[in-house]
Design a protein around this ligand. Structure first.
Ligand SMILES: [Cu+2]
Length: 308
């Protein structure tokens, strides 16, 4: 193992079992999920930790049983084995116990699946705060249309109005004439793009996701979101992120030779900055409001993680 990998493994293990998370972007040797930033993602992460504890216990228990049988009942230790072949009580136990464990896991899993699937989650109407009710009103929900293309993403804003515009988002490459990757600026190899997707913090964002050629998949690990972008079909996702920052994802459906070159960079801005970016990008969609984004202080992924 490379030197340094141990450090990452230890960090990953610490974040896995410590409940906190150390990473905001993928790191070499990282073994845990990235830091969850939405309510749903935090619950998905907590559920993941719970299931890891369950499977760890099961592996240890079964290993102990196997060792016990191998040591206590091998030919030497137990030359004259008993001849019975059934034990009703033990059969009931090894049927009922796994069923109960699976039901317990399903009980944690299904509500999370529905929370991601149903628009704005499954929190009952009665439990919503006044602010949440206000933000859920149709005029306060932000819609963004996401299209997968071979091999880049494009994002449609102000859709269905005469102000609609499209921002194309292509990966930065080292040595590229038009879109060079500049690590000194904070660009991350294989993740940074020329024109990021931009969304406001503290708002419900509704994504309509499709593709123009083949099947792609829009995935944002820190939001625990992933859905296929299928030509001729509109899939929906939603999120609400309170923490401004930069979040990264990747196309997650093998879509051709440059599948690995269509990352998702999502810049979450406070509402007023988002409005300014909208105006800038609308005036020059090809530029994607880049000049305005570059004028803002750039949050580093680590700062995003430690700010929580
Ligand atoms: Cu793709």
């Amino acid at each position: 193992m490379r030197s340094g990998a141990w450090k990452y493994l230890a960090l990953g293990a610490a974040s896995l079992f410590g409940g906190g998370a150390a990473f905001a972007v993928p790191v070499p040797g990282g073994i845990d999920f990235q830091t969850p930033v939405t309510e749903t993602a935090k619950r998905v992460h907590a559920f993941h930790v719970e299931v890891v504890w369950i499977i760890t216990f099961i592996v240890l228990f079964v290993t102990a049983l196997l060792l016990w049988v191998m040591i206590r009942y091998n030919k030497k230790a137990n030359p004259n084995p008993k001849q019975f072949s059934h034990n009703t009580m033990i059969e009931i136990i090894w049927t009922v116990a796994p069923v109960l464990i699976l039901v317990w896991i399903a009980k944690g899993s299904f509500p999370l699946l529905y929370d991601q699937d149903v628009m704005f989650g499954i929190k009952p109407q009665a439990e919503l705060t006044a602010e949440e009710r206000e933000l859920r009103k149709e005029e306060n929900v932000v819609d963004i249309k996401v299209y997968g293309n071979m091999w880049y993403w494009d994002y449609t804003y102000n859709q269905n109005t005469d102000q609609e515009f499209v921002v194309e988002s292509r990966m930065l490459k080292e040595g590229d004439a038009t879109r060079p990757l500049k690590p000194e600026r904070g660009d991350i190899r294989q993740l940074s793009v020329d024109n990021p997707m931009v969304a406001p913090a503290g708002r419900y964002v509704r994504l309509k996701i499709s593709a123009k050629d083949v099947i792609h998949s829009w995935a944002m690990p820190q939001f625990a979101l992933k859905v296929d972008a299928v030509p001729g079909r509109l899939n929906q996702l939603w999120f609400k992120v309170d923490q401004p920052g930069i979040y990264y994802g990747q196309c997650s459906e093998l879509c051709g030779k440059d599948h690995s070159n269509m990352p998702i960079e999502l810049r979450i801005l406070p509402w007023d900055q988002y409005q300014q970016w909208l105006a800038a990008a609308q005036a020059d969609p090809t530029g994607g409001g880049r000049a305005y984004l570059d004028s803002l202080p750039r949050p580093s992924p680590t700062q995003v993680a430690s700010a929580q």
